[in-house]
Write a protein that binds this ligand. Sequence first.
Ligand SMILES: [Zn+2]
Length: 359
Amino acid sequence: MKKSELLELFLDLCRIDSPSGEEKSVGDYIIKHLARHKIRAGRDAYGNVIAKVAGEGKPLVISAHLDTVEPGRGVKPVVRNGVVRSDGQTILGADDKAGLTAAIAVAEEAVGHGWRIRPLELVFTRQEEMDLDGVSHLDWSRIRAREGLILDGSDEPGRITIASPYIYNVDIRVQGRAAHAGVEPDKGINALAIAAEAIRELKLGRIDRQTTANIGTLAAGSAVNSIPAEAVMCAETRSHSQRSALAQVDLMNRAFKRAVRRRRGARLYFKSRLACRGYRYDKKDPLIKELKAAMIAHGWKVAWEESCGASDANVWAEKRIKAVEISIGYRDAHTTGEWINVDDIWSVFRFLAAYIQVK
Ligand SMILES: [Zn+2]
């Protein structure tokens, strides 16, 4: 395969609309493309695309996600001086079409040239950008591999996402009592004021090196002359240490309890849930060591990424499958300024070509 052919595949994928929830067309394109290269692909019940390529030894997952964020309709990729960008009206969608491109191309090359490779399990998920909904519904009975690569990290190739945080979402509701603010204010309990007191007591933002906390939304009140009966908030905390994340949830709970207790008749509803399970790989783990060695051999400078966000890799880790996220070159993702070097798309493809072959 020539670099220009790989670029054409990438540009084709970028031009297909695939906002989260509308991944049918891009999935159809990929299934047809693979079929032309004698690789059979299908969908699981949720619509994730799965394809397998026979090989020898331990099977390997190669995964990327099908969906893109908005504004991502009618993407017109522009190539200039070896860099691909959108026309400025939309995102580019290299997150994660650069990953799809490398995965599809390497599988097709392997089959086309009869390379001796490990068995491949290509998994292209839907709705990654929507709370990892696609991978969460993946038909795991179709997956045999215990390890693999997730092609979805930002920044220059060579970064290995070694850790990702535990994320807790917290729903908070302070229940007060409505009353006319001018006629009988003594009968009311101002839920908004109670919430404000609790929030003032909390430390938010960066808590420590591993931990953050945030109150993301607050809705309260219905009219300027009514005492707000209710204040509803969504909060989150995330940490590479589950214990620290839970400690933050507890601090939030206690701050709200104290504030509510100070006003007779007020009530508190407080509910937290683990939105995403974190993980941390040991740098001495044989798979990580092997991956690092392969990257160095390929000429990449290896860097360890401790992610602040969740990706499909979190769900794979939860299933005890070591599918490690690696960076694939896209920058400024989720903005209309998103870009990627053509050389990085090529380099990731070349890296995979070496990585999947039986030594
Ligand atoms: Zn992504």
